[in-house]
Every structure is written in C-alpha cells, then in structure tokens.
Design a protein around this ligand. Sequence first.
Ligand code: NAD
Length: 285
Amino acid sequence: MATERVGVVGFGQMGAGIAEVCARAGLDVVVTDSDAAALARGQARLESSLARAVGAGKLDEQGRDAALRRVRAVTGLEELADRDLVIEAAVEDEAVKCALFARLDEIVEDPQAVLASNTSTIPIVKMAMATRRPESVLGVHFFNPVPVMPLVELISSVRTAPATAERAEAFVTGPLEKSVIHAADRAGFIVNGLLIPYLLSAVRMLEGRFASAEDIDAGMVLGCNHPLGPLALCDFIGLDTVALCAESLYAEFRDPAFATPPLLARMVAGGLLGRKSGHGFFAYG
Ligand code: NAD
C-alpha cells in the first residue's frame, strides 16, 4: 500500500526536517503545531534548509519550489484526517504525546493509516494504548538534521502489527531512501540508550570541574574522531530535549547513569537550551 499523504505533528527542528525529506520525496505533507509562532519558525527553518541544499548543489531551484508547495503548515490537528501516515514529532513529553495519539485516533479516518512517533526515548506501547488501534502505532525515529542523517530506527511495540512495520519500513527505505535499524520497545531504543548516558557523563565531568567544556569536546573530536563533542552535541539536540530523554530513561531503568545532572536541569530552567536559544554550553551568534 503506497504512502502518499503524510502528516507531521510538531514543526520544531525534527518536524521541519521530516516535512522537508517527505516533500523532497514528492509526497504531500501537512504539518501541524499547537503554537502559531512555532509554525512560523518551522517554515523559516524549512526554507533555510532548502536554501542550503540549493547552495550545496543537492537541489535545484525548481525542486526547492516544488518541495515548498507540497508542505502545508496549519495549527489544527483535524487537517490530518485524510493522511496515510502521521509522524508525531512534538515535545518529548509522555502526557503530551499520549494526548496527541488519542486525538489522532479520533481524527485520522483510514483505519489502515500508520501512526508513528519520532520519540527519542518514550516507550511506544504507551502511545499505542492511548489509541483504539495499537496495532497501527510504531516508532519511526529520525536523526538530526533529518535531511542529512541517513538512519531511521524502527520500533515495534508488543502490539504493533507486522503489516504496520512493513509499511513503515517500505516508506523509509523507499521514497525517503534512508537506512533502517530495528530496536525493541525499551526506553531509548538503540541509539539514545547509548548516547544519552554518554552525554550526561560529559555534563557531569564539566559540573565536577574536571575539565573545561572546550577540552571535554576537543577530547572526543580530536581523540575519538567524533564530528561534534558531547557538549556541542547537547547544544545541537537541545538541552531541554536531552533532559526530557534522561527523565524517561531514568523512569524506565532507575539507573543513576540516566539521572539528570543538576547543571543540566538548572540550564534548562534558566532558558539555556543550546543552539535553539542561542546559548547552551557554548554561545551561538
Ligand atoms: P522542538 O522543541 O524543536 O520542537 C517541538 C515542537 O512541538 C514545537 O514546535 C512545539 O510547539 C510542538 N508541540 C508541543 N506540543 C505540541 C502539541 N500538543 N501539538 C503539536 N505540536 C506541539 O523539539 P525537536 O528537537 O523537534 O524534538 C521533537 C521530537 O523529536 C521529540 O520527541 C524528540 O525527542 C525527538 N527527537 C529529537 C532529536 C533532536 O536531535 N532534537 C532527534 C531525534 C528525535
């Protein structure tokens, strides 16, 4: 069954990237956000990412204009009624996501439609059980920046139907041309189960005055050939998102490796969210 009409919930960093790759693949995209100001920011993010692709010679101007025409940004979830696939990329908050899935269940008309979450850490079955069609719900976890990163993690819950997983995989590997890995439905899946404790260790190292932020990051960039150091990566992901991911991993495993370091919590409370707020562990112009 072909997937042609895609819905995206949340027009933040990830929602904008997901909308972009779907539109560039020739699909019709409706993207929604509860916040009108976020819609404007998402549209600006989409336009500047497409402009970068044109500048890098990866897209021509006609392709850019066609992609922009395929994305419709709206505030009402009701506009997702006719979608074949909806990808939820709202804030990493279990209550918000479960409420969204309950509404999507009421709104999306096709009983065969796939309802996917881009969650980094929240168990998929929780969102599935907020609907009356848990067999149609799965995790489709993209990486940031979506137009650049080749990977998608696919997560079936204990209630996901094989047909749902097959349809999602065909969509991701077909029109989106991404590689797929499969993970069980445990908080953090594969990548964030490994990445988040590493990032939190770097924050603890800074908090304990073991080394400067610059030296911690240089250690991993120059010593391990990582493209970004862990603190710059926290800034890139968003410190609020890193802290929310840590909370859901800690809730699942009760392992101190996943506990939010006080410095991270204080920075989030103080509005230092990384690149998106202009300041995190480093400053951005
Ligand atoms: P973000 O803060 O950039 O965007 C979140 C968006 O969700 C905001 O625009 C917000 O207005 C919107 N939103 C909040 N509540 C909503 C609701 N009820 N209905 C509709 N929209 C709502 O966050 P992000 O970095 O794009 O992360 C979004 C999701 O993607 C999270 O689940 C996160 O864990 C996951 N994710 C993030 C990254 C990353 O590197 N940032 C990578 C992979 C997955």
